[in-house]
Design a protein around this ligand. Structure first.
Ligand SMILES: Cc1cc2nc3c(=O)[nH]c(=O)nc-3n(C[C@H](O)[C@H](O)[C@H](O)COP(=O)(O)OP(=O)(O)OC[C@H]3O[C@@H](n4cnc5c(N)ncnc54)[C@H](O)[C@@H]3O)c2cc1C
Length: 338
């Protein structure tokens, strides 16, 4: 279905009232592939938009927005200790998590309540509460916007890393992901080591998949603003990685600096802490603001434009650089010219 001159307000979680020249929605893979083959001119300037929960529009989009609505779920294979499941790119991510948890299939429970659609999940390798979606993805099916060819990417071909994949790098904007294949455990091992998860789960009873989901939802709802109420896109910046020498130097000046050493040997800092130390928590410039409980989340108090939110993010980057010498990288994708 094609809609011309459409408002994207309900298609982005910042709630920005930007417009696109047109939007094309696809329920079937065949229709999408044919459309791409027959409308190469319209694909010259295109953007795949899922739930719009990791995007900041800084102006109207003068091109074609491609919106997947394929939302089928299929049980591909069932073995004694695992299942293989496929889910359409247009399915709401949390509906998939809810369903897999209800069937007792483990792997996605720590990623409960992450907004967005299934197709967006591999793009930035969503992660939360010690889990990353890459650990459950078997393959990703996609259509090349250039020629309508269908291609499947194995897990290693997706080149997943922290909030990153090939779909954000070499193949940025080139493919429409149509289906994601997951391998989930029928004998799940719970991952409760992250933050307050263990403490929170005890409020709900025994350690079970369902209670992990409840605990994650409860923590998320207490910490993060609901995009249906306050426009936001979750963490606006990535957590920075540094080396041992940098930690040593920073610790001399900032002894309370939280440092996270990962099993792989990498060292991560908390972007939210750095931003908070620069005095940004709860601040606002016009209607663009920093969340009062989580400095990593930028919010739209009502009538901010995308440009104003971007300008606020620039101010934050500048002050973090001046104080700590660290360049924050945005996790949210900026669409348009700033
Ligand atoms: C309140 C809140 C909390 C959040 N918490 C987390 C969190 O804990 N962890 C986390 O990792 N993220 C989090 N996010 C960010 C966001 O929810 C995820 O990145 C999500 O996976 C984005 O999916 P989407 O469908 O909204 O993608 P969009 O925002 O629509 O798109 C993001 C990018 O993916 C591309 N894309 C989307 N769908 C497809 C597709 N089918 N084919 C090809 N490309 C596609 C787009 O072109 C764009 O480049 C949060 C966001 C909010 C608002």
């Amino acid at each position: 279905m094609i809609t011309e001159n459409i408002s994207l307000k309900k298609y982005n979680t910042f709630g920005l009232n930007v417009r696109a020249d047109r939007m094309v929605s696809f329920k079937g893979e065949e229709n999408a592939a044919r459309f791409f083959r027959q409308n190469r001119d319209l694909m010259q300037n295109s953007l795949v938009l899922g739930g719009g929960s990791n995007i900041l529009f800084v102006q109207d989009f003068h091109g074609t927005v491609i919106h997947p609505v394929m939302d089928e779920i299929a049980l591909e294979e069932k073995k004694s200790d695992y299942v293989r499941i496929s889910a359409g790119a247009g399915l709401e991510w949390d509906r998939l998590v809810e369903m897999t948890v209800s069937y007792g299939f483990g792997g996605l429970e720590n990623l409960s309540l992450v907004p967005g659609l299934v197709g967006g999940a591999p793009v930035q390798n969503i992660g939360a509460y010690g889990a990353e979606v890459k650990d459950c993805i078997e393959k990703v099916r996609a259509i090349d916007l250039n020629d309508g060819e269908v291609r499947e990417f194995t897990n290693s071909e997706c080149r997943f890393s922290y909030r990153d994949s090939i779909f954000k790098q070499d193949f940025k904007g080139r493919f429409l992901i149509t289906k994601v294949f997951f391998r989930l455990s029928t004998k799940p091992r719970l991952s409760l080591e992250y933050g307050m998860l263990k403490e929170e789960i005890s409020k709900f009873g025994s350690n079970s998949l369902g209670n992990v989901r409840k605990a994650v939802i409860s923590i998320r709802q207490s910490k993060l603003p609901d995009p249906a109420v306050t426009g936001n896109a979750g963490s606006f910046f990535k957590n920075p990685f540094v080396d041992e020498a940098a930690v040593k130097e920073l610790k001399l000046k900032f002894p309370k600096l939280p440092v996270f050493r990962e099993p792989s040997g990498t060292i991560k800092l908390a972007a939210g802490w750095l931003i908070e130390q620069c005095g940004w928590k709860g601040k606002r410039i016009g209607d663009a603001g920093v969340h009062e409980r989580q400095a990593l989340v930028l919010i739209n108090h009502g009538n901010a434009s995308g440009k104003e939110i971007w300008l606020l993010s620039e101010e934050i980057r500048k002050s973090v650089y001046d104080k700590f010498g660290i360049n924050l990288v945005r996790e949210v994708e900026i669409v348009g010219t700033t």
